[in-house]
Write a protein that binds this ligand. Structure first.
Ligand code: HEC
Ligand code: HEC
Length: 289
C-alpha cells in the first residue's frame, strides 16, 4: 500500500511536470500566455487634485499590485499578519503602540503604519520575526526603497486605504498639483508582458524574496537564486535543471530548499506568468542569455 501511494504521488508530480514542460516547449517560442490577460482597467483621468475616495482606491490598488504586499500578507501561507480583514491593521495599531514590547517611535495610527512600512524591524509582531532572531528582526523589506521602492505619495495612499477600512478619518495629505496626475498614471498603467528577465522578476515580486541575476538588491525570505544555475541539475534526481526550475515556480512546495520553510512562496504564479515571461525567467536562472 505504502509503495503504491508513493509511486502514484511520484506519477502525479512527474505528470504535472511533464505537462508544464510540454506546454513550455510547445508554446514558449510563440509567447502564448498561460492565462488570457484581463482587459486593462478603466483609466480615470485625474487632473488637478485627487479626491479622498480616489486616493483610497489608489492605496487598495497598490496593496494588491505594485506594493507586492499580498505576496506575504495573504491567507495563503500565513507568514505575515493579515492587514485587510475587519478593521484591519489601522484598527489594531493603537494596541500595538501600547504593547510593553513596543520600542518604535509612533504615537498615532498613521505613524505606526508608516513606520511598519519604512522600518519594519522597529516593532516585530510576535511570532513573525526572522527565524533565530527572537522576533527582533522583521523579514519584511522596507517598502519605500530597494526592490519595492514606493514613493511617499504611494505610502500615504496605503495609509489612507487602511484608515478608511477601520472607519477612521484619513489623516494623510491628498496629492495635489503635479503629484496627483503623476500618482494616478503610475497606477493606471496596464500590465504589459515583461520584455526582459529583470522586468519579469520585478513584475512578479520575485525580488521581494530573492536575490536574482541582474538585480542588485533583493530580499532574503527565499534562497539566493544567482547560484541556482550550478545547482539546479542536481536538486532532484532524474530531473533536469530546467524542469526543476519550472516546477519550483509552478509548485513551490514540491521541493522545499534546505533551510527554508514551505508555504512562503506564492503557489499561483503558473496562473499569472505568461509563457514568454516563464521562458525569460527560466533562462536567466539557468545562466543563459
Ligand atoms: C516579504 C514579505 C512581506 C512583504 C512583501 C510585505 N510585508 Fe508587511 N510584514 C511582513 C511580516 C512577516 C510582518 C510581521 C513582522 C513585523 O512586524 O515586521 C509584516 C508586518 C507589517 C505591518 C504591521 C502589521 C501589524 O499587525 O502590526 C504592516 C502595517 C505591514 N507589514 C505593511 C505592509 C505593506 C503595506 C506592504 C506592501 C507595501 C508589506 N507590508 C509588504 C512581511 C511582508
Ligand atoms: C514571498 C516570498 C517569495 C516570493 C515572492 C517568491 N519566492 Fe521563490 N522561494 C521562496 C522561498 C521561501 C523558497 C524556498 C522554499 C521552497 O523551496 O519552496 C523559494 C524557492 C524558489 C526556487 C527554488 C530555489 C532553489 O534554490 O532550489 C525558485 C527557482 C524560486 N523560488 C523562484 C521564484 C521566482 C521566479 C519568483 C517570482 C516569479 C519567486 N520565486 C517568488 C519565497 C518566495
Amino acid at each position: 500500500m505504502e509503495g503504491n501511494k508513493g509511486s502514484s504521488e511520484l506519477g502525479r508530480i512527474l505528470g504535472f511536470g511533464l505537462l508544464i514542460i510540454l506546454a513550455f516547449a510547445g508554446y514558449a517560442k510563440f509567447g502564448i500566455p498561460l492565462v488570457i490577460p484581463e482587459p486593462p482597467p478603466h483609466e480615470e483621468k485625474i487632473t488637478g487634485a485627487m479626491t479622498k475616495d480616489q486616493f483610497i482606491a489608489m492605496g487598495e490598488k497598490i496593496f494588491n499590485g505594485k506594493g507586492t504586499c499580498t505576496l506575504c500578507h495573504s491567507k495563503v501561507g500565513g507568514r505575515a499578519p493579515i492587514l485587510d480583514e475587519g478593521t484591519g491593521v489601522a484598527g489594531r495599531a493603537m494596541e500595538r503602540i501600547k504593547d510593553p514590547l513596543y520600542k518604535g517611535k509612533a504615537k498615532t495610527v498613521e505613524e505606526y503604519i508608516r513606520e511598519s512600512e519604512e522600518d519594519p524591524s522597529a516593532y516585530v509582531v510576535a511570532g513573525y520575526g526572522k527565524p533565530g532572531t527572537n522576533d527582533t528582526v522583521s523579514p519584511m523589506p522596507a517598502t519605500n526603497k530597494g526592490a519595492i521602492g514606493l514613493s511617499e505619495v504611494e505610502i500615504n495612499s496605503l495609509i489612507a486605504f487602511f484608515e478608511h477600512m477601520a472607519g477612521q478619518d484619513v489623516t494623510v495629505p491628498l496629492p495635489t498639483g503635479e503629484a496627483a496626475p503623476a500618482a494616478a498614471s503610475a497606477e493606471a498603467a496596464p500590465p504589459k508582458p515583461a520584455a526582459t528577465a529583470v522586468e519579469a522578476f520585478n513584475k512578479y515580486g520575485c525580488v521581494t524574496c530573492h536575490v536574482v541575476p541582474g538585480v542588485a538588491e533583493g530580499g532574503d525570505m527565499g534562497p539566493n537564486l544567482t547560484k541556482l544555475a550550478k545547482e539546479a541539475d542536481s536538486r532532484k534526481k532524474g530531473m533536469t535543471g530546467q524542469a526543476y526550475i519550472i516546477e519550483s515556480i509552478s509548485t513551490p512546495n514540491a521541493y522545499v530548499v534546505k533551510g527554508f520553510e514551505p508555504d512562503i512562496m506564492p503557489s499561483d504564479f503558473a496562473q499569472k506568468i505568461t509563457m514568454s515571461e516563464m521562458n525569460l525567467i527560466v533562462n536567466a536562472l539557468l545562466g543563459k542569455k
